[in-house]
Write a protein that binds this ligand. Structure first.
Ligand SMILES: Cc1cc2nc3c(=O)[nH]c(=O)nc-3n(C[C@H](O)[C@H](O)[C@H](O)COP(=O)(O)OP(=O)(O)OC[C@H]3O[C@@H](n4cnc5c(N)ncnc54)[C@H](O)[C@@H]3O)c2cc1C
Length: 442
């Protein structure tokens, strides 16, 4: 039977990046993906500077720039009448990027092959092979493959996770569905736009090949109505943000509107004897924060370091991947909840609007927002206690007739904060990890 040190199932940002790092460290790696590349996958392709740095390390930045990837160095965050504009510092090593997955994932796979990884596309993995309680390989349509370690980088529907029975915890339902399209809008400034107008959410940015991508987020409970006449409703939704409408109005659309409706946020048990999960296979969060690709790349780097640190026994490897899983969780909570807040259905409450107004009024607010989105600093640097208290008092004073609603909004924000802190505490207790069963969490 064929045998490798590591078999990685799934060959996009998590899997290809991990395979490259492991191969560079001298491991014999086989990368399997059921898709044939170039291949599209649901995504809006915003990559934070911290993710772009990894693309650079992997030798993939220049090839994707050569294929027309759009650099992003300014952000406009708009919440009804509040606007925050910010520019990335000029001395940052890499800008943000937007490049469609047909281009990015293919370039990553080509880099994996160049690094000596055995890349097999069009190869579906049916499940893992077990020996006693240990994963020892995978079953594919073309036969079994043996491996010292099997990595599931196979996305939200991970077959590796299913085969090993990895449970979900801290799962939360989707707030919105996403509907997006690509427009031949001509040259555009390198600006990402993130917005909320009434109960609609927006994400927009130039992408590769001179195209412009515009996403509309619609509350899940309004999705049925919206989809009844999706084309007209999408156009009307864009009109509620005139600066975005100005860019895409009259521009020819490239392909149909894309829709992402069935999803939820979750963490999954991500390591066990002979296996680990990386990227979306192990954790998925609201995509309006544009974090998944950078997270997948960063996790690939940290997981490869953890695997590399465990030389010797299979037991040492299991310990290292388990430790990595816990560290991944601890570093993920802040953005997990912030992403949920950004993607929360319904219009912004007066309380949230007041907090954002105070950030907009602070000359350093925009720069801090960019640092939070790039995960350089925690969200508490933005949502400081004095700012939250001041916003609460102003809201109570400004809207005396809605005191009850404001108190309810405060309770909602506090409950989210308490949940986050509880998750953080639980992950610190080494043997106290008890995943919340999926049914309880959603
Ligand atoms: C609508 C939407 C918009 C998003 N927008 C952004 C954004 O703007 N910025 C951002 O950073 N993130 C965004 N994300 C999240 C981002 O797309 C994911 O976090 C990222 O793709 C995770 O990469 P991955 O490699 O873990 O998994 P995936 O990209 O899902 O790749 C998994 C791979 O595994 C393969 N596979 C699956 N099962 C098998 C099997 N049985 N055998 C072999 N191969 C298999 C699949 O073919 C696939 O190629 C968005 C997500 C969605 C849904």
């Amino acid at each position: 039977m064929e045998s490798f040190d590591v078999v990685v199932v799934g060959g996009r940002c998590a899997g290809s990046a991990l395979a490259i790092y492991l191969a560079r460290a001298g491991a014999r790696v086989c990368l399997l993906d059921k898709a044939r590349f170039p291949s599209e996958t649901p995504s809006t392709h915003v990559i934070q500077p911290r993710g772009v740095e990894i693309l650079d390390d992997l030798g993939v930045l220049d090839p994707v720039l050569a294929r027309g990837a759009a650099r992003l160095d300014t952000l406009s965050f708009v919440n009804d009448d509040v606007r925050i504009d910010a520019a990335l510092p000029e001395d940052l090593r890499c800008p943000g990027l937007n490049v469609r997955r047909t281009v990015l994932d293919h370039a990553l796979q080509q880099a994996a092959a160049s690094a000596g990884v055995e890349v097999r596309t069009g190869c579906r993995v049916a499940g893992v092979r077990m020996s006693a309680d240990r994963v020892v390989g995978v079953e594919t349509a073309t036969g079994p493959i043996e491996a010292g370690l099997v990595i599931g980088a196979d996305g939200r529907g991970s077959v590796v996770a299913k085969s090993v029975g990895a449970r979900e915890y801290l799962a939360r339902p989707a707030g919105r569905i996403a509907i997006w399209g690509y427009f031949a809008a001509g040259p555009q400034e390198p600006r990402i736009r993130l917005g909320r107008k009434g109960d609609l959410g927006f994400l927009a940015s130039p992408t590769d090949s001179g195209l412009y991508m515009a996403v509309v987020g619609v509350d899940c409970d309004r999705a049925g109505d919206f989809n009844r006449d999706r084309e007209a409703n999408f156009r009307n939704a864009l009109k509620s943000w005139p600066e975005l409408d100005d860019i895409v109005r009259g521009a020819e659309r490239d392909g149909p509107l894309r829709v992402m409706a069935n999803w939820h946020s979750y963490f999954r048990e991500s390591a066990g004897p002979g296996w680990a999960l990386v990227g979306d296979a192990g954790q998925f969060k609201d995509f309006f924060a544009g974090q998944g690709i950078s997270d997948a790349l960063c996790q690939a780097r940290s997981l490869s370091a953890a695997i590399g640190s465990a030389t010797g026994s299979a037991l040492a490897q299991d310990e290292a991947t388990k430790k990595w899983w816990r560290a991944r969780d601890r570093s993920s909570y802040d953005m997990y909840w912030l992403a949920m807040q950004l993607g929360r259905p319904g219009a912004s409450s007066p309380l949230v609007s007041e907090v954002l107004r105070r950030i907009a009024d602070d000359p350093t607010g925009g720069a801090t927002l960019l640092k939070v989105i790039n995960r350089d600093v925690p969200s508490t640097k933005l949502f400081t206690t004095p700012r939250l208290l001041a916003a609460t008092f102003t809201t109570l004073r400004k809207y005396p007739h809605r005191r009850r609603e404001t108190l309810r909004d405060i309770r909602t924000e506090l409950a989210a904060e308490i949940e986050k802190q509880r998750a953080r505490m639980r992950s610190k207790t080494s043997d106290g990890w008890l995943p919340v069963p999926v049914g309880d969490a959603r």
